[in-house]
Each structure stands twice: as C-alpha cells, then as structure tokens.
Design a protein around this ligand. Structure first.
Ligand code: CTP
Length: 464
C-alpha cells in the first residue's frame, strides 16, 4: 500500500490543512438554560470511591502545578445520567508522574504505557482510573497506529472520535465541575447526533465507523448528515479492510455486548459494511434473524431457561447460522476464535436446522429425541432456534423440551445403582440414559417406576 501522509508530527500545518472540521449545524437547543457546572451532578452520579479518588488526584495535580480533567465517555455518560464504570483523567502535564503519585498514596497497582504517556491505576477497593497526558495523535497513513506527542487539552479533545466523546470536566481550583466543550458535544447529545470532528476521522481510524454505529444505537441517536456521508465514503473504499482483524474482533465483541446488538449489525448491512467484516456471509436471511434475536433472548430469559449464557456468542451464531461450515470456519479462523468456541459454533451450525424442523413436525418424534437434539446445541443457539419457530405450538414444544431437560431429571442416580449392588462401569451410563429418555417421554413418573425400570433393564442385561 502506498504511504499516504496526513502530516507528520514535525509537519503539523500540513495535517491541519487536510483536516476540515465538521461543525454543528441547525442547533435549536437553547443552551442558556443548562448549567455549565456539573459539580453536583458528579457528586450524585459517581460512587463515593470515585469521588474520593478524584479529590486526591486533584490535590496531587495542583501540588505538581498540572491541570487535571475528567474526559471522554465518562463526561458523556454523566450528562446522559448513565452510570459510569470507568474514569479517564487527562493531565496537562506529566500523566505518568501523576499516576505514580496517585498509586503510591493509595497503595494501588500501576500499569504504565510510557510510549503513549498513559497509565492505569487499580486501587485496592477495585476502582480503576486511566490517566493520560494530554496528547495529539498523528497518523502516518490510513488506519496506522498513531504517533503521539504531548499537547493541550483542546488538542487532546480534537484527536477524539465524536463530539459527544470530546468533552471534559475541570477538576481544577476555581473551575471545578465546569464542562469544557470546544466542539458542541453537549448540543449533539441533546439533539441526539453522533458527529465526527473532522473529515479524516474515519480515514485515520476506520474502527470509528463501528464505534459510530455502536453509539448511535446504544443512545438511540442518529449519525449527523455529514458524518453519515463520510461513513458511506469510507464504506465505498472499504476502509475497514485495512484494519487488523484483532482490532475488528475487539470492536465486534463490544457490539455483540451492546444492549441491542442486532440493530447495530443490521445497520452494518444497510451501510454496505458487512462484507469487510463477514466475507461470504449472505446477509439476506441473517438480517431477519438479527431483528428478532434479542426478542428471543428476552423470551427465553422470561422462561428462566437461558442462563448461564455468553451473550456475544448468541449474536455471532446469529450472524453465521445460514453459512456453510467452510465459510463459517474461515471466519472463526480470521478472528482467531479459540478451539472451545469454534467447536460450539460448529455444533450450532450443524444441528439447529434439524431441531427447528423436528419441533415443527412433532408427531413423528419423541420428546427424548428432541431433547437429545437440543443437547447437541450450545445454549447460545437457543435464541436462534426460537427465531425460526413461527407458530405458537412449536414454541410451546420447545419450551417444554427445554424445561424437561432442566427439571425432569430421573430421581435415581448412580449412587442408587451402587446400593443395588451394581459395579460402576459403562452399564451405568446406558441405564441412566435409558431412564432419562423414558422419563422425558412420560413412561416413568415415580421413583418406584424408575426402580422397576432399572431392575428390569439390569436383569435383562445380566441375563444376556
Ligand atoms: N477514542 C477515540 N477513538 C477510538 C477509541 C477511543 O477517539 N477509536 C476516545 C473517545 O474519546 C473515547 C475515549 O477515547 O471516549 C475512551 O475510549 P473507550 O473507553 O473505548 O470508549 P468510551 O467512550 O468510554 O465508550 P464505552 O462506553 O463503550 O466504554
């Protein structure tokens, strides 16, 4: 690939010439009515542990003569009234030095990344804080790892992905709690817009395309008009194919764990981004399932028949379910899925369709056979199966089979067989399996009936 220079760190004017700021338009929101100081909001929204850490960090930074801010997603979440689990601090000064002092005072664990001027402090009570030196990032070519240089807060915020993520709150004497919003992030939050700060944002870091759609759906927002155009342009030139697969997978897992992953994935199909992520997977059938799968998850949860569950795998299976194994296996390899998960994907893809067919044609098949087929599937494929059951009778049947598996277990266990004088061995498995099947099919109901079944079975076996 030819090296395209978007400006080196020694050639900053060049970078600025190429970047065109995308500004807020048509904002009708009256900003005079909202306070610019959110000190009280911070005190109510953040946990006491976080507030204490912020207070200490503020004092240490002041002692060092540095300016300190909370920045990024936490400010967005504070303004939206959403619980904040991570705190990012930005220091106009030496972030590493501040993190070291903070961890020393609190006996915290410290992880340093001197190359990026960042550090993570984990306190004994579990609170985690990321501390970063205010920085600018320079991209040598599209989708490259950025080079980093220290800067002011404003430049640090300008390097970020979207206006809603490019706000800060001051922790400094005299301005504590003031929102710092150079790029209209607060107005965008209020009007529900995801907006990039400049026209090269998706070129520099194409992973932001996925982030944009993730935030759009998470917060029920829309892509701002020009941002949408930039996404479409980046899709046309397949910018996402330039991103290493590990980064894509990391972001896909974030998407699978969102509250409504199906909506994000459908949006990826609509914006022609699908092919770069799941080559060879025909989206037509998948689209339908993606719109229904979260409803199926909810229904199974309401039946208490889904947990424990690895949520991300539900959506990965929904994506791959209509693809042949050659292609699906290729995608598992592409994203370096572990052997354990690859086996689960293969089991789901190989068995879901037959189960759906059999649930829809009940007369020909016993409950124990349906249960056997269910048990060939990983639990994460249950929502997929439910998406394909269109009539209420087959849904009821599926529910009955699932609850039989979890509740209708035989009363006699291996221990009982030992008491009857039979030595543990392959026979145990056979008889217990037979017992389980007979119980599922309603042939046995009481412990006495089970005992008779076992004795009859074992006598027959011994006789043979
Ligand atoms: N960021 C960015 N470009 C990226 C990733 C992150 O500009 N590709 C910036 C954003 O300002 C973001 C901050 O780094 O707010 C922290 O990133 P991260 O923790 O990944 O995102 P959050 O915004 O906190 O989102 P989430 O709530 O999903 O954790």
């Amino acid at each position: 690939m030819a090296t395209v220079r978007y400006g080196g760190h020694y050639n900053q004017p060049n970078l600025n010439q190429m970047k065109m700021q995308i500004t807020t338009t048509n904002v009708n929101i009256d900003s005079r009515n909202r306070p610019n100081n959110i000190r009280e909001l911070m005190c109510c929204s953040l946990s006491a542990d976080f507030c204490e850490v912020l207070e200490r960090a503020r004092k240490i930074a002041a002692g060092m003569g540095y300016k300190l801010y909370v920045a990024g997603g936490v400010v967005r979440d504070l303004l939206l009234g959403i619980e904040c689990l991570d705190i990012d601090l930005v220091v106009e000064g030496d972030g590493i030095e501040l993190a070291q002092a903070l961890s020393k005072e609190y006996n915290g664990r410290l992880r340093l990344h001197p190359k990026f001027g960042t550090a993570k402090v984990v306190f004994p009570n579990g609170v985690q804080v990321d501390v970063a030196t205010a920085r600018v990032e320079f991209y040598q070519y599209p989708a490259a790892m950025p080079q980093v240089e220290t800067s002011s807060l404003q430049q640090d915020l300008y390097r970020r992905d979207f206006s809603i993520n490019a706000m800060a709150v001051s922790l400094n004497e005299g301005s504590f709690g003031d929102v710092v919003d150079f790029f209209g992030g607060r107005a965008d939050l209020e009007r529900g817009m995801v907006r990039v700060l400049h026209n090269l944002s998706f070129i520099e870091d194409p992973i932001r395309i996925l982030r944009a759609l993730r935030f759009e759906k998470r917060f029920h927002m829309n892509l701002e008009a020009q941002t949408l155009k930039l996404v479409q342009e980046a899709a046309n030139i397949k910018m996402l194919s330039r991103v290493p697969n590990e980064r894509i997978w990391e972001e896909l897992k974030h998407i699978f764990r969102e509250p409504r992953p199906g909506e994000v994935l459908v949006r990826l199909i609509d914006l022609n981004l699908w092919d770069c992520l799941f080559p060879g997977v025909v989206p037509k059938q998948v689209r339908q399932v993606l719109t229904q799968v979260s409803h199926s998850v909810k229904l199974l949860r309401s039946w208490n028949l889904l947990e424990p569950l690895e949520g991300w795998l539900v959506y990965f299976l929904a994506v791959l379910h209509d693809t042949d194994w050659t292609n699906a296996g290729e995608i598992c390899r592409r994203y370096n899925l572990s052997k354990r998960y690859t086996i689960r994907v293969a089991a789901a893809l190989g068995n879901w369709r037959r189960l759906v067919n059999n649930l829809q044609e009940p007369l020909a098949i016993t409950c124990s056979e349906l249960a056997r087929q269910v048990m060939l599937l990983p639990r994460e494929a249950y929502p997929l199966v439910l998406c394909y059951l269109n009539d209420s009778a087959s849904r009821r049947r599926f529910r009955k089979v699932l609850s039989s598996i979890s509740c209708n277990k035989p009363l006699i266990k291996g221990e009982e067989l030992r008491k009857l004088g039979y030595k543990p061995g392959p026979l145990y498995k056979k008889v217990l399996n037979g017992l389980w099947q007979a119980r599922l099919d309603g042939d046995l109901r009481t412990k006495q009936e089970e005992l008779s079944y076992v004795q009859e079975y074992l006598t027959k076996y011994e006789g043979r």
